[in-house]
Design a binder for this molecule. Structure first.
Ligand code: B16
Ligand code: MG
Length: 219
């Protein structure tokens, strides 16, 4: 919820789909696995996987299959997808940052705003290292630090505590429906980027971060 009289002190970034386009690599890796299994999978279904854990994503994909998969098989398949994904992110460099991200981070740091990453990915630290950002953020929350994934607000509340800023003074940036819900439930201002239909529940929707004025106006 936006309260224009409040000066926000912290900004919490989602990783996949906000800082870099790993959302596309997640899609490609799942697509490869789904094709191998002969299971129907498309970009529309993929929108529902954004911000959702690896094993929950697999469960959603397997709803389109009439075959039974044991827990062991599911873990094997989730692991296989992760191997495809890890192969794709190996070649990532700082050139893979999405438009506006570097300038926005610099501007926030210049203004003394605390910044954090809130990603449910177990690969978050590898991706941040490849992007040259592992030392940049004041705090990073990944899958290791949380019990409940998005849309539970835990990950954003954990990030706010990590940067020592009250949730109501934080802004969260997300590309997923589950992530926007998590930010809203955490009582923060939500900024949605990317696919409009996916993030329309956000307080402010932006195409990407190349025009950060709506965010800077909240500081
Ligand atoms: P991993 P985020 C999420 O990251 C992705 O949006 C989601 O598609 C993925 O399944 C999840 O991480 C788990 O990732 O398989 O690497 O552990 O958007 O919260 O940064
Ligand atoms: Mg994301």
């Amino acid at each position: 919820m936006i309260n224009k009289s409040v000066k926000h002190k912290g900004v919490i970034f989602d990783l996949d789909g906000v800082i870099t386009d790993t959302a596309e690599y997640h899609y490609l890796a799942w697509k490869k696995l789904a094709d191998e299994l002969n299971v129907y999978f498309d970009r529309e279904i993929n929108e529902n996987l954004k911000g959702i854990s690896r094993i929950e994503s697999l469960e959603i994909i397997l709803k389109k299959s009439d075959k039974f998969f044991s827990e062991e098989e599911k873990y094997y398949l989730a692991d296989k997808k992760n191997e495809y994904y890890k192969e794709m992110i190996k070649r990532m460099t700082p050139k893979d940052l999405l438009p506006g991200v570097v300038d926005l981070i610099k501007e926030l740091k210049d203004r003394g705003i605390k910044i954090a990453v809130a990603s449910v990915s177990k690969n978050a630290k590898t991706v941040l290292s490849n992007l040259g950002l592992i030392e940049t953020f004041d705090y990073i929350v990944d899958a290791e630090k949380i019990k409940n994934g998005k849309p539970d607000p835990e990950i954003f509340l954990n990030a706010a505590a990590g940067i020592d800023v009250e949730p109501k003074l934080c802004i969260g940036i997300e590309d997923s429906k589950a992530g926007i819900e998590a930010i809203n439930r955490a009582g923060m201002v939500s900024i949605g980027v990317g696919n409009y239909e996916t993030v329309k529940g956000a307080d402010i929707v932006l195409k990407d971060l190349s025009d950060p004025l709506p965010i800077l106006n909240l500081l």
